[in-house]
Ligand binder design. Structure first.
Ligand code: GDP
Length: 337
């Protein structure tokens, strides 16, 4: 198994954490050498519009128009629409800026005209000058329901309206049994040209798990020739942003990089794991799970941080791949992890 000529990478992404690594990857991998597959289980219909928060965060980030301060929405945003809506007594808990609104209006128009979400996303990316291929995980609706001590909440009600305050006891992905992965998603995973599949430092429960739960994805990840490497979203016992750490604690898991590694390792999905220098003390424990571990700076503050982590993660995956190749050439079975 020689892999040196492979050039394509696939990134599995949620919103903020995923988009940061995707931007780094997009700076190293020209044009269609990068496919970013985004979670769509956060999507919802609001004010008659289809809103896809993770796709939008990735599109705005790769298109160079994201709001770096908030981590969501567009830069140079104005809020006339929301102010006028508020004046009319409309729902304003979900912040929709004027520029952002244009995305949702155009997406909804195209979906109603019969285009698939994959087609709409491709068109929007083209308009934004994005060279990488950005895909929704599915063209079919999947919706995360957060199970909490006080009852079930739709994801955006939990995340935005209730600011992640309720205590989480689990998740359900409505529609997951009938949704098919976007065909281009599975093709990218199996493509002989794919050098690495990277699970971004995204929320494991509500950003990555829905992607993995789609029919055929886990099985394809286990049999693909490309190494699968995840970057931990937990650094120093905390999430860099968002509720991942709070969720882990409430689910009774250790709030550590090891906890994230175990979460994926239990399903035999990974070939390697990337953790932060801060968590170097956990590397041996993760290696003991059968996961080769790269320890490096994973907090992406600057563009240089994003590029460096992207480069190191690809290099790490490629090295794992040649190790797998050595094993295969020696006639031994592939390692299971
Ligand atoms: P969301 O859908 O917008 O919540 O975005 P994601 O699921 O992609 O990202 C949320 C996760 O990204 C959180 O668990 C954060 O800890 C993680 N994250 C955000 N920025 C960074 C970073 O710079 N480095 C690492 N390692 N994780 C990050």
């Amino acid at each position: 198994m020689t892999t040196g000529a492979r050039s394509h990478c696939v990134a599995l992404s949620g919103g903020v954490g995923g988009a940061k690594l995707a931007l780094g990857l997009s700076r190293l991998l020209p044009g269609d050498a990068l496919t970013v597959v985004c979670n769509t289980a956060d999507d919802f219909d609001h004010l008659g519009l289809r809103i896809c928060p993770d796709l939008d965060t990735v599109m705005y980030t790769l298109g160079g128009i994201s709001n770096r301060d908030t981590g969501w929405g567009q830069a140079h945003e104005t809020w006339s629409f929301l102010e006028a809506l508020s004046h009319l007594g409309g729902e304003t808990w979900f912040r929709l800026g004027d520029r952002d609104l244009a995305t949702h209006v155009e997406r909804t128009r195209r979906l109603r005209a019969g285009e698939s979400l994959t087609e709409v996303t491709t068109a929007l990316c083209e308009a934004l000058g994005i060279a990488a291929r950005v895909l929704p995980m599915s063209d079919d609706p999947v919706r995360t329901v957060v199970l909490t001590e006080t009852g079930e909440l739709s994801f955006q009600h939990y995340f935005v309206r209730d600011a992640c305050a309720p205590t989480v006891s689990g998740f359900r992905f409505d529609g997951i049994d009938t949704a098919r992965p976007s065909p281009a998603f599975l093709e990218a995973l199996e493509d002989h040209d794919t050098a690495a599949i990277l699970v971004c430092p995204s929320n494991p429960f509500v950003s990555v798990d829905p992607l993995l739960a789609l029919d055929g994805v886990e099985v394809t990840l286990r049999r693909t020739g490309a190494p699968v490497v995840a970057v931990s979203p937990i650094v120093g016992g905390a999430a860099v942003k968002g509720p991942a750490a709070k969720m882990m604690a409430e689910l009774g898991m250790p709030v550590t990089a090891v906890g994230v590694a175990r979460h994926y390792r239990e399903r035999d999905l990974l070939d390697g794991f990337v953790i932060d220098d801060d968590d170097a003390g956990q590397a041996a424990e993760i290696e003991d799970l059968g996961l080769p571990t790269l320890v490096t700076g994973t907090v992406m503050e600057t563009l240089a941080d994003r590029e460096r982590l992207a480069r190191e993660t690809i290099d790490f995956a490629r090295n794992l791949d040649s190790r797998r190749g050595d094993v295969a050439e020696a006639g031994s079975p592939e390692p299971s992890a």
